[in-house]
Design a protein around this ligand. Structure first.
Ligand code: HEM
Length: 145
């Protein structure tokens, strides 16, 4: 499965398609939380670890919020809105200096995790729809040249 990273000029926010609900049906809430947890575990070991919390309790909180959001965006329960209010994703990322290379690191760390899910039997259609969502929406979070 070829997961490629879309290039976009700074400041452009291309239209985003949400992941298909089948992703959540196949991966389940528990599996989605595990996916996000592994992604954060990789982020805190990466070259962009400076952006993320280092305290164990704070990482757990970050994992919870990010998983709440992904579950919600896949058509699951609106955990994020319930716990954190309106998503305002661009605004919530504004305090952090996110440039294209940080985005690429962030995205690259999702690749092996999605491929792992493929090996576990999750369909390519579902995985591709999640990848496409992350690939495009992550462009929106870039706020630094
Ligand atoms: C461009 C790559 C991205 C980088 C470098 C990045 C970085 C960050 C950082 C530094 C935080 C704050 C610390 C934390 O709570 O973890 C954060 C929070 C968060 N990010 Fe991202 N992010 C990126 C893309 C995305 C995308 C594409 C999504 C949506 C799928 C997303 C969803 C979230 C959520 C839900 C939070 C928690 C917000 C809150 O509860 O206040 N991020 N991100």
């Amino acid at each position: 499965m070829n997961l490629s990273i879309t290039k976009a000029p700074f400041g452009v926010r291309p239209p985003v398609s949400k992941p298909i609900p089948e992703f959540l049906i196949e991966v389940t809430e528990e599996g989605t939380r595990e996916l996000v947890s592994k992604h954060y575990d990789a982020l805190v070991q990466s070259s962009i670890s400076n952006l993320f919390p280092s305290d164990k309790k704070d990482i757990e909180e970050a994992k919870k919020n990010a998983a709440d959001f992904l579950i919600q965006i896949c058509g699951g329960r609106a955990y994020f809105n319930e716990n954190r209010g309106a998503p305002r994703m661009v605004g919530r990322h504004a305090p952090f200096r996110i440039d294209n290379s940080a985005r690429e690191v962030w995205l690259e760390l999702y690749k092996p995790l999605l491929l792992e899910l493929k090996d576990k039997g999750v369909t390519e259609t579902s995985l591709r729809s999640m990848w496409n969502y992350l690939d495009v929406f992550s462009i929106w979070m870039i706020n630094t040249k």
